[in-house]
Design a protein around this ligand. Structure first.
Ligand code: ADP
Length: 259
């Protein structure tokens, strides 16, 4: 059975096509969120990548913040349910999942069966989210994707005291003009994000294994800084940003078969 899972995020759209809920046939990530051309583009691109048409798919399931604003799918399910299912597929030993997306941070606690036990979320403020890192990268005139590699070159981390995005932006500008090394500043920004995220993770309660998902998990500097703060190794799967879409594609199959 061929299923597609589309995760319409606040900043990024993700899609996968799976065969039998097991094998990923194609993936697509479009850095545009809900309310843009992103949802349509990600769907077209994933079909193209799989050399399939809509008619070839048995079921299409939507998830993500913008799941109610896209037509043409068979069903929809919450981000948290799809995410938990996707992580169980990618990293079956994960019991705590820290998901940092474009605009929110979620911490999921999973039972050994993969069932969701606890869940907390911070979506009131950009601090600690992908948006915070995107803004800081913009101020430093680097790409968000360069942040991880840049932090590798840190010699003496420059700490950032403001967690508020607006104040931190001013602080970064003033540190840059005082002549600090970019690498040291990036490392400080990562530590500041990691401290905030670790506070949320402790509130949810940590259980091993600990995994990260969402687009920000692709930033190796954040993964390392969070590992240091939590004093635990953190698992990251290369498809970490696709966890919600993968969960949707798997659950689409189950809802069709009535299981
Ligand atoms: P959402 O579903 O909330 O839209 P995602 O989980 O897709 O968000 O994550 C989007 C965030 O991930 C963006 O802030 C983006 O900057 C960040 N991101 C995506 N790819 C990378 C990368 N390779 N390195 C660092 N950050 C990344």
């Amino acid at each position: 059975m061929l299923t597609a899972g589309l995760d319409i995020g606040s900043t990024t759209c993700k899609a996968v096509i799976m065969d039998g809920g097991e094998t990923i046939l194609a993936r697509s990530v479009v850095p545009l969120g809900t309310g843009t051309a992103g949802p349509r583009m990600v769907y077209e691109r994933v079909l193209e990548a799989a050399a399939l048409t809509r008619a070839d798919l048995d079921r299409v399931m939507l998830t993500g913040y913008g799941r109610f604003s896209f037509e043409g799918a068979d069903s929809q399910m919450s981000e948290v349910s799809c995410h938990a299912r996707g992580i169980r597929h990618l990293l079956p030993t994960a019991r705590t999942v820290i998901d940092i997306g474009g605009q929110d941070i979620k911490v999921l606690r999973l039972a050994a069966t993969g069932m969701l036990e606890n869940f907390i979320m911070n979506d009131k403020c950009a601090a600690g989210t992908g948006r915070f890192l995107d803004v800081m990268a913009g101020v430093m005139n680097v790409k968000t994707t360069d942040l991880g590699p840049l932090s590798e070159g840190a010699e003496q981390e420059v700490s950032i005291s403001n967690t508020c995005t607006v104040f931190a932006e001013s602080e970064v500008i003033s540190k840059l003009s005082s002549g600090v090394r970019l690498e040291d500043l990036v490392a400080g920004i990562h530590t500041s994000v990691a401290k905030r995220v670790a506070g949320l993770a402790h509130r949810a309660g940590l259980a091993e294994d600990i995994a990260m998902s969402g687009g920000v998990a692709l930033n190796t500097g954040i993964v390392k800084a969070l590992g240091r703060e939590l004093k635990h190794d953190i698992l990251v799967h290369p498809d970490c940003q696709l966890a919600g879409a993968i969960g949707a594609a798997i659950l689409a199959r189950q809802s069709n078969s009535g299981t």
